[in-house]
Write a protein that binds this ligand. Structure first.
Ligand code: A3P
Length: 308
């Protein structure tokens, strides 16, 4: 089925998840033609869960011998002059315009595809998958703000309460949100050495600890000398919301969006707070959503991981 989406007129259900219709040919081409290599590092997430942050962190971890995080401007670190999304390609966007050969050069890539929709070559290769999950009420608020800014002008405005209902009913880009998280969670239980799960909230609470864990997981652990020099701490500062959102490229820079329009880089940086949902959801909305989350995440401990 197809129905009006958050941003455009055509959200289509494909293999159990909703996608912008225009992305579906690219997804098909990825599923068929993506050649995953053992050294690929794939960042996966439901949209608005911390992708931009993780892109910056993983780029910094994997490129730290080329670009030191300290004195970043002086040594030409791309994160100083490019938006993190320009440093790490998103596979379904790349595939939308390179359908014949949807294989970008970098080994660090990202996708919002659900686990069951990933190219088979990714499941079967030795590549590493890092999944970041965020508390759903904050994801909803972040998604609504994002959609309002990008929404097609020929559609009526999207109210928060409409967005809330759609989200709860699973009708959102790459949704249902809960199925997205649970598929990666179950895959992580099955293949713990291949799939790493991290929550946005835990990353906020313990950034250095998590950056070190991530580095070990993707096979780039910090050396003793790096530990002594505080390299992980420097990476955390360089990739902080304060630092990235205040860079000129992210304040005034623009980039082209998948549908051909041009968007401002600042759209990826809003508030970066835990619990902003309190400013938007009524008590009734909170209860409805928490009930769904408790049911869907039952027995996983996932909800606890997302609540401070
Ligand atoms: P808010 O809208 O709640 O502020 P994504 O990158 O997956 O699109 O997620 C966007 C969310 O991550 C936004 O949340 C954005 O502000 C936040 N964000 C962006 N960069 C960040 C960073 N460096 N550290 C923490 N949060 C960040």
């Amino acid at each position: 089925p197809t129905q009006p989406g958050w941003v455009s007129r055509s959200l289509k259900q494909y293999q159990g998840f909703w996608h912008e219709e225009g992305f579906i040919p690219g997804i098909l081409s990825l599923q068929e033609k993506f050649r995953c290599k053992p050294d690929h590092i794939v960042l996966t997430s439901y949209p608005k869960s911390g992708t931009t942050w993780l892109k910056a962190l993983l780029f910094s971890i994997t490129n730290r011998s080329r670009y030191r995080a300290t004195d970043a401007a002086a040594n030409g670190n791309p994160l100083e002059r490019c938006n993190p999304h320009s440093c790490v390609p998103r596979l379904e966007v790349y595939a939308a315009s390179n359908g014949d050969d949807p294989n970008p050069d970098p080994v660090l890539v990202n996708t919002h595809l659900a686990y069951s929709l990933l190219p088979k070559s990714m499941i079967h290769s030795e590549c590493k998958i890092v999944y970041v999950a965020r508390e759903p009420k904050d994801v909803l608020v972040s998604s609504w703000h994002f959609a309002v800014k990008l929404r097609s002008k020929d559609l009526p405005p999207l109210t928060f309460s409409e967005a809330f209902d759609m989200f709860c009913n699973g009708v959102s880009d790459f949704g249902p949100y809960w199925d997205h998280v649970m598929e990666y969670w179950n895959a992580h239980l099955k293949f713990p050495h291949k799939i790493f799960i991290l929550s946005y909230e835990d990353l906020m609470r313990r950034p250095v600890y998590n950056v070190k864990k991530l580095a070990v997981f993707i096979g780039h652990p910090f050396t003793d000398v790096e530990e002594e020099c505080g390299v992980a701490e420097d990476i955390v500062s360089l990739c902080s919301f304060e630092k990235l959102s205040n860079l000129e490229v992210n304040k005034i820079g623009t980039r082209s969006w998948a549908n051909g329009s041009v968007i401002k880089n600042e759209i990826f940086f809003r508030k970066a707070q835990i619990g902003d949902w309190k400013n938007y959801l009524t008590d009734e909305m909170r209860a409805r959503m928490d009930k769904i989350t408790r049911e869907k995440f039952k027995g996983t401990g996932l909800f606890d991981l997302m609540v401070l």
